[in-house]
Write a protein that binds this ligand. Sequence first.
Ligand SMILES: Nc1nc2c(ncn2[C@@H]2O[C@H](COP(=O)(O)OP(=O)(O)OP(=O)(O)O)[C@@H](O)[C@H]2O)c(=O)[nH]1
Ligand SMILES: [K+]
Ligand SMILES: [Mg+2]
Length: 445
Amino acid sequence: MRQQGLSSYKDAIFALASGAGRAAVAVVRLSGSGTGEAVRRLAGSLPAPRTASLKRLRHPDSGETLDRALVLWFPAPSSYTGEDCAELHLHGGPAVIAGVADALVAAGTRPAEPGEFTRRAFVHGKMDLTAAEGIADLIAAETAAQRRQALHQAEGALASLYEGWTRRLTGLLARQEAFIEFETEDLPSDLDAAVGRAAAALRAEMEAHLADGGRGERLREGLVAAILGAPNAGKSSLLNALVGRDAAIVSARAGTTRDVVEARLDLGGVPVTLADTAGLREASDEIEAEGVRRALLRAESADLRLLVFAADSPPDAETLALVAPGALVVANKTDLTPAPAAIGGVAPISVSVRTGAGLAALQEALAAVARDLARPEATAPITRGRHRAAVRDAAARLAELDGAGLPELRAECLRAASAALGRITGRVGVEAVLDAVFREFCIGK
Ligand SMILES: Nc1nc2c(ncn2[C@@H]2O[C@H](COP(=O)(O)OP(=O)(O)OP(=O)(O)O)[C@@H](O)[C@H]2O)c(=O)[nH]1
Ligand SMILES: [K+]
Ligand SMILES: [Mg+2]
């Protein structure tokens, strides 16, 4: 499968691999069989493989010098994509980059599509799809825990899990087919039953892998924590204190916040979007009513909820029921009144945003909940819906095995389970899956 469509990967592509904007150094990378020729036309000659050498880059049409750059040459197959690759380390000014891009087009290369380098690496068997996704996640990682999970996946943790399962399925299929072939001869009569037992064991492993509470996806995407409570409880003040900047407007007027205000926070390595919301009450006008509606909507889709109240006005049972259970209950303004010992059966976390008292403890409680939901230490968790759907499909195919009386049908179940796993790694591929996976990438990767 990986050899399919190779002819469309012959042309040489280039892209700015470093960030846009002015910088000390800009890296332009090239890949494809026309790379060597393009570099020769700009730099005069090709440097020795994998050795940085300083070259004057000229426009192939005008001969004008564009920059003096470090040029690196990585002949196929020992390169990121498995094709001939090169890197030009330019002075990072916009005009230098534009001039070199123009010269590269004149030398017969074209700008790359997002993810095209990694897609070529996949096509040339340098990595499977899960590793390619791991690289996309690594580039997007905002926290240390996200980085660890992404690196693990980029290094093949998921690939080796799924490949291990596939090998076992292939072994079972071989036994099942032997049974079909030699049915009347003297193979052990319990071979069929042994295949069934091994398939059931594999299915149990798949189901354990699926029953992860969505941890990997949560860590990859980040959690959402909604801050809820009555007007003037200090919700916006709390958001600002937790993120360390004035993200939301604070005022003494009840009903200040209308739209949902969001800010990102790193909680024990787990990225969390804190969402400050409008105070919950019987709204006095339609704008406020819309704010309350949005607050409740955000609360519904949030991974965790913080119910904030001013210590001198604890929430009524109705509000408590709306937000709890599972919410962290926070008593604010404890500089004015001590927090009640318990509210709705739970001891609230006592804070004063004004004095800062209790904020560190609240932050720790939040981090503990976030870590529990995202389990940053979990090894090789499912990180995408498409993995989950395919593993679920594979397990379902194995579940059909017992009911399938005919050996041929049992073999078909094993084959279908293996194909489902193959879709995750890209061994069994459809162009649409590849398009969806590589669309996530930035240009230059
Ligand atoms: N004494 C005291 N006042 C506080 C504390 N936290 C916030 N406030 C004050 O309470 C008032 C309301 O604060 P906000 O953060 O706007 O409250 P809110 O819950 O976001 O209010 P709405 O957006 O209107 O629902 C402001 O005057 C804050 O300065 C605190 O810990 N102690
Ligand atoms: K307010
Ligand atoms: Mg507010």
